[in-house]
Every structure is written in structure tokens, then in C-alpha cells.
Design a binder for this molecule. Structure first.
Ligand SMILES: [Zn+2]
Length: 305
């Protein structure tokens, strides 16, 4: 039998939100038994709480956004993944703006901060959801499929397919959550070069500075295009690496994008409100499908929310 866990002491992290460009601080506080994972908007009157549960998901267009009584917290998935991988059940997360800092585009900084704070075992049994039947979610338009089957422990297999010359079929596998720290925590988000200007035009990625994302370049890009994007991000110059990625970063793993998709899926699954015990297989996962999959699990397994 596993026990519930919180952290030993409070810990803070500051940085800039990817889409809003707001600078903000996240502070993780220890919380009591059965508290769960909750955000608290300390910049707003009355310090409203937003529970990190799938029923509160309101938008999945560029990340997973949750809201309760109209109060939003954007892009929670990398934090949720770090909490799950740290086996933390109970934590209160203060945030002084709408969007948590993107940091390096991965879960590493949050994971390390929680580890530094220390894990505290609590005197209550951890509630887990043991999957008892196969559950399948498909999204025919996207061509994605997410499956969970009964198994003795939590594992994930992910396959992505972008039909792109620089990023096509990739797989990532996690057989135990203990692999997260060394194999997945540092895997960063990614974007296609052609999306960058569109995102900027839509007033998104205001906090992107080309150091917190892998940028894939599919087609030939002219010097002018590179210069223009460099200007938008206030860089002197940018160039294309071999393998079709921008020279802003070097890959940690050849399949870092698939590993990041696995990280995102762990984060979204954590919105179930308790760890899953079962084998998850995902083909072309994304935040919309991930959160719909979690809602389906809630329904099929009769989870009280
Ligand atoms: Zn992500």
C-alpha cells in the first residue's frame, strides 16, 4: 500500500509565461491529506482556488488551461507532469498571474525544485485508479488513438507522426514513472518554424525567446525569413542546424519531441485527480485528445469528481 505525499517545505520558481509573456512566480506549499493539487491565484481578490481536475479544463488550443468560477490558470501540463513524477498528491500552488512560467519548456526545473523541497510521506493511503477494463478514445479527424488497459503498474507508449521531412514517426516508452527524472523531465516543447510567425501574429508566444522550444524547419527558409524571425525574438541572428532544427538549442535525445509528448500526456492524465494504474498507449496525442481521454476514463470507471 502506498502512502500520500506532500512536500516538506514551500518552494518558489519565477519566470515568464510562454503565451502571455507575463512574468510570474509559482510557489508550491505543503498541503494536508486528501487536499489534492490546487492552484491559488494570489493576484486576485479573495485568492480564488482552481482545482487541477479535468472537469475544469476550458481550453486546449496551445496547452491545457483550467478555470474555476471564471478564474483561469493557463498551461498547467508541465507542472502536473512534474508533480505526478514526484509522487506528490497534495500541494497548494500559489500563482501571481494567469500563466505559470514556461521556464525551459520542460518539467525539469519544477521537478528539481520539488525534489529540493523534499518529499513528505503522510499518514493516509494514496488513492489510485486501477484500470479494470480496456478503454479506447479515438479522434478520427486528427487520426489519434489513446488506449488504457489493465496492468500492474503505470506505463506509457507514445508514437507521433507529423508527416514532415524533419519530424515524422517517433516513439517514446516509459515502463515506470521512476524513469521520468533521467529520461523525460528535461524534454522540451517544440514548434514548427512556419507556426512561429502565425503564433506571434495571434499575440501568442509573447514569452517565447527561442531558448524554451525546439524549432523544426520543414521547408527551405530564406535568409530574410530567418532575419525577420530573429528580429521578432530580439536575436542578433539565427541559423539552421543539420537535421532541420534551429540553432537555438541542441537536442537532448534524438526522439525528444516524442518524449515531450509523453511528458504532456502524463501531465494531462494527472488531471484525473489520482494516479492511474494501467498501461497507456497513445498514437498522435495532443492536449484536446488527452483531456477528452481522461474524461472518458472518468465516465467509464465511474470516478467521482
Ligand atoms: Zn508540453
Amino acid at each position: 500500500m502506498e502512502k500520500q505525499h506532500t512536500i516538506k517545505k514551500s518552494v518558489s520558481i519565477s519566470g515568464t509565461g510562454l503565451h502571455t509573456g507575463q512574468s510570474g512566480t509559482l510557489t508550491f506549499h505543503p498541503a494536508e491529506i486528501n487536499h489534492g493539487i490546487k492552484f491559488r491565484r494570489v493576484d486576485l481578490f479573495g485568492k480564488p482556488i482552481v482545482e487541477a481536475l479535468v472537469k475544469n479544463v476550458v481550453d486546449t488550443s496551445r496547452g491545457t488551461t483550467i478555470a474555476q468560477n471564471g478564474v483561469k490558470v493557463y498551461t498547467v501540463e508541465h507542472i502536473m507532469a512534474a508533480l505526478r513524477a514526484s509522487n506528490i498528491d497534495n500541494v497548494l500552488i500559489d500563482l501571481n498571474c494567469e500563466e505559470p512560467p514556461i521556464l525551459d519548456g520542460s518539467s525539469r526545473i519544477v521537478f528539481d525544485a520539488l525534489k529540493e523541497a523534499g518529499y513528505e510521506e503522510q499518514d493516509a493511503e494514496r488513492k489510485c485508479l486501477k484500470i479494470t477494463k480496456k478503454i479506447v478514445y479515438t479522434h478520427p479527424k486528427v487520426g489519434c488513438e489513446l488506449v488504457v488497459e489493465p496492468a500492474d503498474k503505470f506505463s506509457i507508449d507514445v508514437k507521433v507522426d507529423y508527416k514532415s521531412g524533419v519530424l515524422n514517426v517517433q516513439e517514446a516508452h516509459m515502463t515506470d514513472i521512476s524513469e521520468f527524472e533521467k529520461e523525460f523531465a528535461m524534454c522540451r516543447t517544440f514548434v514548427f518554424f512556419q507556426e512561429l510567425e502565425m503564433l506571434l501574429a495571434h499575440n501568442l508566444i509573447k514569452g517565447g525567446d527561442l531558448s524554451n522550444a525546439i524549432v523544426f524547419i520543414e521547408k527551405q527558409v530564406s535568409e530574410e525569413d530567418l532575419k525577420r524571425v530573429a528580429n521578432l525574438f530580439h536575436k542578433e541572428s539565427i541559423a539552421v542546424h543539420e537535421g532541420g532544427i534551429l540553432n537555438n538549442v541542441t537536442l537532448y535525445f534524438e526522439n525528444e519531441p516524442a518524449r515531450h509528448k509523453l511528458l504532456d500526456l502524463i501531465g494531462d492524465l494527472t488531471l484525473l485527480g489520482m494516479p492511474i494504474i494501467g498501461k497507456v498507449t497513445a498514437y498522435k496525442p495532443g492536449h484536446f485528445s488527452n483531456t477528452e481521454f481522461v474524461k472518458l476514463i472518468v465516465k467509464k470507471m465511474g470516478v467521482a469528481m
